[in-house]
Design a protein around this ligand. Structure first.
Ligand SMILES: NC(=O)c1ccc[n+]([C@@H]2O[C@H](COP(=O)([O-])OP(=O)(O)OC[C@H]3O[C@@H](n4cnc5c(N)ncnc54)[C@H](O)[C@@H]3O)[C@@H](O)[C@H]2O)c1
Length: 320
């Protein structure tokens, strides 16, 4: 049985990776500082090391104790707007913290590191009619996107220098049960919580003034978790993959889907364009599809997300 350490495993995506890994029979542990993650997201019996990735000694201690063979690195400063306000904090967690994890993985002789990168931000604006390919030019416009991209380069450097293999997964906008409203793409969680509370919902316009908002590639969290575990087990042929659906949806589409699934009337207010938001990002996912990966439809994923928020009532409850 392989030992998998999931950093950020008490968070939204990380906790689904833990579930998927347990289902595949892996021996799993979580490293998380619980700044955004929740203890109750970690299943009973899974060791939770409460540690900050910025603390090199703590990270080394966790690796000495658990001796992971594979690392799924999800822990991050995961907010684009925080990174714009505080680029140093972003770099401390996403670069220095990430390097602490990489160094410990190298020293522990780990077989592989899987990294949560961001297809939604590293390519910059994706023009109408195009879906971003893995080899397309990168045009990060936020410190968050830059730190994700820089860490991808560190992974390649560690592979060349120290022989540490990696898989980079560039996620689209991930949504689903247990979503944290503060993360990179918290819009589905924010909308679900506001709709259930009967509060008005603001849809920010796209940069071109379109009141339906920006276009994004929304991907269901359980599909993302499955791809992560497949990558962790060395079952993906390749080292960089977009993880999305190849389908673009507007912010308004997300709202309408959730309102209809929750059977509530949305009170919509029109928001202004939010500086820094990309107008459009859709990912080409043919590389992942050739590996046999399939994805639930947006309608199905939104239905399940709505059902979870209705049952759980709040985003912090473990419910699956
Ligand atoms: N949600 C998305 O749509 C999306 C899209 C692209 C990439 N990502 C990336 O996926 C990963 C998971 O994101 P998420 O949406 O689950 O967010 P999340 O905030 O729910 O999960 C991140 C986890 O990392 C932990 N963490 C934060 N700082 C830490 C630190 N210094 N030390 C240890 N743990 C720390 C948090 O407590 C949290 O549990 C992140 O790397 C994020 O950048 C997310």
């Amino acid at each position: 049985m392989q030992r998998l350490l999931v950093t950020g495993g008490a968070g939204f995506i990380g906790s689904h990776i833990v579930d998927a890994a347990l289902a595949r029979g892996l021996d799993v542990a979580v490293l998380d500082d619980l700044s955004e993650g929740r203890r109750e997201h970690v299943p009973h019996g899974v060791p939770l090391f409460v540690a900050d990735v910025r603390d090199a000694h703590e990270v080394e201690r966790v690796f000495r104790e658990f001796r992971p063979e594979v690392v799924s690195h999800q822990a991050a400063q995961a907010s684009v707007s925080v990174s714009v306000r505080d680029p140093l904090l972003d770099a401390e967690v996403n670069l220095i913290g990430g390097l602490n994890v990489l160094r410990a993985a190298r020293d522990a002789g780990a077989q592989r590191v899987v990294f949560a990168s961001s297809g939604g931000t590293v390519y910059g604006e994706v023009p109408e009619g195009h879906a971003a390919l893995e080899d397309d030019p990168k045009r990060p416009i936020s410190p968050y996107a830059t730190s994700k991209l820089a860490f991808e380069t560190y992974l390649e450097t560690f592979r060349v220098q120290y022989g540490l293999p990696y898989v980079v997964l560039r996620y689209g906008n991930v949504y689903g049960p247990r979503q944290n409203p503060h993360g990179e793409a918290g819009v589905a969680a924010i909308f679900a919580l506001r709709l259930l509370a009967g509060e008005p919902v603001r849809v920010n316009a796209a940069r071109d003034g379109n009141p339906a908002g920006c276009v994004r590639d929304y991907v269901f969290v359980r599909d993302v978790a499955r791809v992560n575990v497949t990558a962790a087990l060395g079952e993906l042929g390749g080292d960089v993959f977009n993880v999305g659906t190849g389908v673009g949806s507007t912010t308004r589409d997300v709202l309408d889907g959730l309102a209809s699934a929750l059977d509530v009337e949305a009170r919509v207010t029109a928001g202004e364009y939010r500086a820094g938001d990309l107008q459009r990002c859709v990912l080409n996912v043919s590389r992942l599809r050739t590996q046999g990966q399939t994805f639930v439809s947006f309608e199905e994923g939104v239905r399940e997300t709505a059902a979870w928020f209705r049952e759980a009532g709040r985003p912090v409850t473990r419910f699956s």
